[in-house]
Ligand binder design. Structure first.
Ligand code: IPE
Ligand code: IPE
Ligand code: MG
Ligand code: MG
Ligand code: MG
Length: 301
């Protein structure tokens, strides 16, 4: 299996990396079962959420909480909330008016599985449910305020990124590389940034710890989308579980399209090192974040 940066030698135990995902999936399941919803809407949400996703954002929430000394359970509500927002972003990203994709997580996209109206509404509902979950499940009022603010800012930045990606309106003279970084930092980096920050806040981070986690998150957030661009041109649809070789056809601004595959790989490695450097300030409890970063750099799907 050829990953994003096969020349980088990294070792990791994938089972250990993904271990926090299962309790968060259970948490979402319980929340969705308890919340009264129209049966067809609940089914659509369940279809979108419980497909075989990597759950990297919830895992980051939990690992960032632990990295600053918090217990994993303290991070479960924001971990569940961010996966709901992420899944909403995927459902809407795939709509005919957006990327117009038929395959997601190895299965028909939600609008293919049901219909467009339901995909739009299920996406809307997942966003509302994410905020409801934070408001009702976190008991500390100050933390509710802090986490809600992160979630709102990250969601709005993600939506701005989708606008830059889909309906760009950059000032004249903006260089293509600046446009690309702005798109990627927003459409993908923003949710990864707030995943880490919400985890750190729930773990009771000090200001220097939160700064270090934010620096780490900004580097991996951009790196994640650079890798996504690379996988679009280096992997097959079958392997990815979503359409490959799609970005160029859709006229998307991407790293391989702009700077070529070799320099894209160098950029991934540069960002990997940058995120490692940010973690140096946090000590041994942040080791899982280092491992996660390495996995995100070399992943092949
Ligand atoms: C896909 O995200 C969308 C991007 C922001 C690139 P993931 O690659 O994390 O998707 P899942 O959750 O594993 O399906
Ligand atoms: C996705 O970017 C960003 C969001 C869903 C917010 P892409 O359009 O590149 O993601 P994929 O490749 O469809 O997963
Ligand atoms: Mg898109
Ligand atoms: Mg897409
Ligand atoms: Mg993509």
């Amino acid at each position: 299996m050829s990953g994003a940066t096969p020349d980088v030698s990294v070792n990791f135990d994938l089972d250990a990396i993904v271990a926090p995902a299962a309790p968060v999936e259970k948490y979402i399941e319980v929340f969705l079962n308890e919340r009264p919803l129209p049966a067809n809407l609940r089914e659509a949400i369940r279809y979108a959420v419980f497909g075989p996703g990597k759950r990297l954002r919830p895992i980051l929430v939990v690992r960032a909480c632990e990295a600053v000394g918090g217990a994993p359970e303290a991070a479960h509500a924001p971990a569940a909330a961010i996966e709901l927002i992420h899944c909403f972003s995927l459902v809407h990203d795939d709509l005919p008016a957006m990327d117009d994709d038929d395959l997601r997580r190895g299965r028909p996209t939600l609008h293919r599985h049901t219909n467009e109206a339901m995909a739009i509404l299920a996406g809307d509902a997942m966003m509302g449910l994410a905020f409801e979950l934070i408001a009702t499940r976190i008991k500390d009022a100050k933390l509710v305020g802090q986490v809600s603010r992160e979630l709102a800012e990250g969601t709005n930045d993600m939506i701005a990124g989708q606008v830059y990606d889909t309906l760009p309106d950059f000032p004249a003279h903006t260089q293509p590389i600046e446009k690309l970084r702005t798109i990627h930092r927003n459409k993908t980096g923003a949710l990864i940034r707030i995943a880490c920050r919400m985890g750190a806040l729930c773990g009771g981070a000090s200001d220097p710890q939160l700064r270090a986690i934010t620096d780490y998150a900004e580097a991996i957030g951009l790196m994640f989308q650079v890798v996504d661009d690379l996988l679009d041109v280096t992997q097959t649809t079958e392997h990815l579980g979503k359409a490959a070789n799609k970005d160029a056809d859709k006229g998307k601004l991407t790293y391989p399209g702009l700077i070529g595959i070799d320099r894209t790989r160098q950029e991934i490695e540069r960002l990997r090192r940058e995120s490692h450097a940010a973690l140096d300030k946090l000590g041994p409890r942040a080791e899982p974040l280092r491992t996660l970063c390495d996995y995100m750099a070399v992943r092949s799907k």
